[in-house]
Ligand binder design. Structure first.
Ligand SMILES: [Zn+2]
Length: 65
């Protein structure tokens, strides 16, 4: 039996999956049958961008060097 692996995009921060309806938490019993690609969901992406911006800003303040 040939098994077709399903391709799933998962957020590497919160673990939500990208679905037709957006990012959702899902429990999978067939975890070994999927191909995972890790990325950021919209909220986590925003958070990461803010963290990077904050770090960049703090790096320019002598106190935090
Ligand atoms: Zn996320």
């Amino acid at each position: 039996m040939q098994e077709e692996k399903q391709f799933v995009m998962k957020c590497c921060i919160c673990g939500r999956e990208k679905t037709d309806r957006g990012w959702e938490y899902r429990f999978r019993a067939d975890e070994q049958n999927i191909l995972c690609s890790h990325g950021f969901c919209a909220p986590c992406y925003e958070t990461e961008i803010m963290k990077i911006r904050l770090q960049t800003t703090l790096a320019t303040v002598p106190l935090y060097r």
